[in-house]
Design a protein around this ligand. Sequence first.
Ligand SMILES: NC(=O)C1=CN([C@@H]2O[C@H](COP(=O)(O)OP(=O)(O)OC[C@H]3O[C@@H](n4cnc5c(N)ncnc54)[C@H](O)[C@@H]3O)[C@@H](O)[C@H]2O)C=CC1
Ligand SMILES: O=CCc1c[nH]c2ccccc12
Length: 284
Amino acid sequence: MSIPIFKLLDGHTIPQLAFGTGTALYQQNVTQPVLAAIKAAYTHIDGAQVYGNEDSVGDAIVQSGVPREQLFVTTKVVKLGEGETIPESLKGSLKKLKTDYVDLFLIHSPTGFEAPGRLEEVWKGMEEVKDAGLAKSIGVSNFRIKDFERVLKIAKYKPVVNQIELHPYVYKQLLPLLKFQSEHGILTESFGGLTPVTKKTDGPVTPVLSELANKLGGTETQVLMKWLEQKGIIAVTTTRTAARLQEYLDVYKLPNLSEADIKAIDDAGAKLHSRHFARHMDEL
Ligand SMILES: NC(=O)C1=CN([C@@H]2O[C@H](COP(=O)(O)OP(=O)(O)OC[C@H]3O[C@@H](n4cnc5c(N)ncnc54)[C@H](O)[C@@H]3O)[C@@H](O)[C@H]2O)C=CC1
Ligand SMILES: O=CCc1c[nH]c2ccccc12
């Protein structure tokens, strides 16, 4: 079984699993990890200007020998220099990434652009890069409902995705945002999806994962990834090890969780709120 492909609201497609170049790989040369991921069958690479390693992502894209159109490359803008525009910012990334376009360009966070009119102005810049073909699709990250309301008021193109921290310990609190996105056809990308096996390993979800891992014949990590997949969420994860790369890919060979299994994870997650990034998301 291969990685599922989801359709974006602008007609483009996106692989449901992404190899991330932040967190464990933040500010590091990621050429070898990205090459290993591509070799293992990953096509979707999640980057960002602030990860400080776009140059090494670009080297991996070139060295992989995989035709550019077979890869899905994301980068994100977190801030602009004095007088710098969004097209100028993206052109800087493209030079480092050694490509003519990205598949997806994201506003990394609304928090740097909160002054009156600023987020709207930045979104207009995002629309410019889409019109110029520098980004096939445009989206956002760490957006709340109130950020979407500002952008949607002036948008020619809606954001196609919102990349947010999403795992069972924030799922309940995010339900109004997820409902809003679903009503607008905006897909969700998850980061931090493995929090119950990495940062919050002693919570109410832990025994449920253990039981379901046994039932499915997989690992706790794979149960969390299955939970995301079955909710229609794109999983952005990462690793430095070949075994973990394969563990993530093997998720697609496992049977599905039942509705009762998914509810058991939702219910256990709802007993504890535990967020590790972007605290502003606690107020939607
Ligand atoms: N838009 C944003 O603001 C953010 C985006 N990201 C993106 O998402 C990517 C992934 O983010 P993460 O939070 O690292 O994702 P994640 O929650 O999927 O964790 C990945 C980590 O889990 C470890 N892991 C997997 N299974 C494990 C187990 N059973 N026991 C112990 N450790 C285990 C891996 O080794 C890896 O280091 C980043 O590289 C970046 O591309 C990450 C944070 C913020
Ligand atoms: O991408 C994840 C973590 C991160 C590092 N710097 C920033 C700035 C704004 C939002 C998220 C992040």
